[in-house]
Write a protein that binds this ligand. Structure first.
Ligand code: GDP
Length: 440
């Protein structure tokens, strides 16, 4: 995410390295570089200029603190300003009225329907709410089907009236349905067009007028850069929405939309969507995003993702098995699944400070575990729960079944053994009062 921008900011700030103190000359060069980096990331020039003027003012106004190097000081100033530009503090959804009605608007293809599914999942699991998804796109039957499929995946009911060609009436019926069925939050997926268009705008505005939603979330594809910002402005002028959702941040986005949208529409970014997996929706935290842009990682989000997947019963069971030195391939597979559910692997690794930069050119796809999974899948249940019985002839069979070379199976078995040994040693250490193995 924002790799190019991160790199450019890094090199701009690096120029201050080795300088004894910040002065007008080195500040001017650095600030100019930062401005160029922002403009190249598709941030509007006016915003970039205002941003760097502030950075400059802060940097020159700083007392020279001897314990902080000019480079460190600059990182801090830029981080604070980036966070400020993206809104400063996170803003939550407003649930003060029940049922809470959330209207989702945006262009076709921006990721509205996917986001609706993710939001339903998020509200159900993280906020213990009972959502109802509403399909209000009367033009594309496929959109309705897509929402049905997503609803099934996240186990949230979907309200649809395929025969009804009046979006306002569908939505009104949906609200009555929600009230009768105890759904306390209603997520309405509206129709989008390929470009801003009067009929679409009027329709969403009519829905808004008829139902007075607590939240209107504008969904925008962050890959579209300045276009995203212009679309946001058009929607906001008409709808006066309450928040922005940036999607496709997992893609090759330059960063312009994320950095400028708040400034242009003066509405908070409430969520960022990174990927097509339904359980990877993140609340938008400007400060954390600023840290990530500056290559400082985002451990807080990483830990939260891990916590979201953490299952206490499962963890206890696993700990017991590790203690008894009985960790087997079934457990291993289960752990892989847990990690995969946390999101895209490269994205996860990039949340560790310093790692993002180191791995930026390495291709780590989500298929990274495929070979290992194929080998485990080629084992019989007995072999999985009792790895010791896997002798040479069984290894040959596993190799054949998984399309691997027997040497690869051998290497994997060896790694697995080593991992088990390491676990059992950590166990002993834990027994002696050591820190033990962190929960996997
Ligand atoms: P809608 O027309 O606005 O409802 O958009 P969809 O939800 O149908 O999404 C359009 C396409 O973008 C689909 O192929 C989605 O799978 C994909 N998509 C949605 N959100 C994301 C995201 O956060 N990251 C990526 N990579 N793809 C996404």
């Amino acid at each position: 995410m924002f790799e190019n921008l991160s790199e450019r900011l890094d090199s701009a700030i690096k120029q201050l390295k080795g300088e004894g103190r910040i002065n007008e000359i080195n500040i001017a060069t650095t600030v100019k570089e930062i401005r160029r980096a922002l403009v190249d990331a598709d941030v509007n020039y006016k915003i970039a200029k205002e941003f760097t003027d502030k950075v400059k003012e802060k940097a020159t106004g700083e007392k020279v603190i001897t314990s902080v190097s000019p480079g460190q000081l600059m990182v801090k100033i830029v981080k604070d300003e980036l966070a400020e530009l993206m809104g400063g503090k996170e803003v939550e959804l407003d649930f003060s009225t029940k049922p809470t009605i959330i209207l989702i608007a945006g262009l076709q293809g921006s990721g509205k329907t996917t986001f609706s599914g993710k939001l339903a999942n998020f509200l159900k699991n993280k906020k213990s709410l009972r959502p109802l998804l509403v399909a209000a796109d009367i033009y594309r039957p496929a959109a309705m089907d897509q929402l049905q499929v997503l609803g099934e995946q996240v186990k949230v009911p979907v309200f649809a009236e395929p025969e009804n060609k009046n979006a306002v009436s569908i939505v009104q019926n949906a609200i009555a349905h929600a009230k009768a069925n105890g759904n306390n939050v209603i997520i309405i997926d509206t129709a989008g067009r390929l470009a801003v268009d009067e009929v679409m705008m009027r329709e969403v505005a009519d829905i808004k007028a008829a139902i007075n939603p607590q939240e209107i979330l504008f969904v925008v594809d962050s890959m579209t850069g300045q276009d995203a910002v212009n679309t946001a402005k058009a929607f906001n002028d008409r709808l006066d929405f309450t928040g922005v959702v940036l999607t496709k941040l997992d893609g090759d986005t330059r960063g312009g939309a994320a950095l400028s949208i708040r400034y242009v529409v003066d509405k908070p970014i409430k969520f960022v969507s990174m990927g097509e997996k339904l359980d990877t929706l993140d609340v938008f935290y400007p400060e954390r995003m600023a840290q990530r842009i500056l290559g400082m990682g985002d451990i807080t989000t990483l830990v939260e993702r891990a916590q979201a997947q953490y299952d206490e019963v499962q963890a206890k069971k696993l700990e017991k098995k590790i203690r008894a030195n009985k960790f087997d391939f079934e457990d291993f597979k289960e752990q892989l699944n847990q990690i995969k559910k946390m999101g895209n692997i490269k994205d996860l690794l990039a949340m560790i400070p310093g790692v993002g930069k180191a791995i930026k050119d390495i291709d780590i796809s989500d298929d990274a575990f495929k070979g290992i999974e194929a080998m485990i899948n080629s084992m019989t249940p007995e072999e999985r729960s009792n790895p010791d019985i896997i002798d040479t002839s069984r290894r040959k069979r596993i190799a054949k079944g998984s399309g691997k070379d027997v040497n690869e199976v051998n290497a994997f078995m060896k790694q697995f053994e080593q991992m088990k040994q390491m676990m059992s040693q950590m166990n002993k250490f834990k027994g002696m009062g050591g820190p033990g193995m962190p929960g996997m």
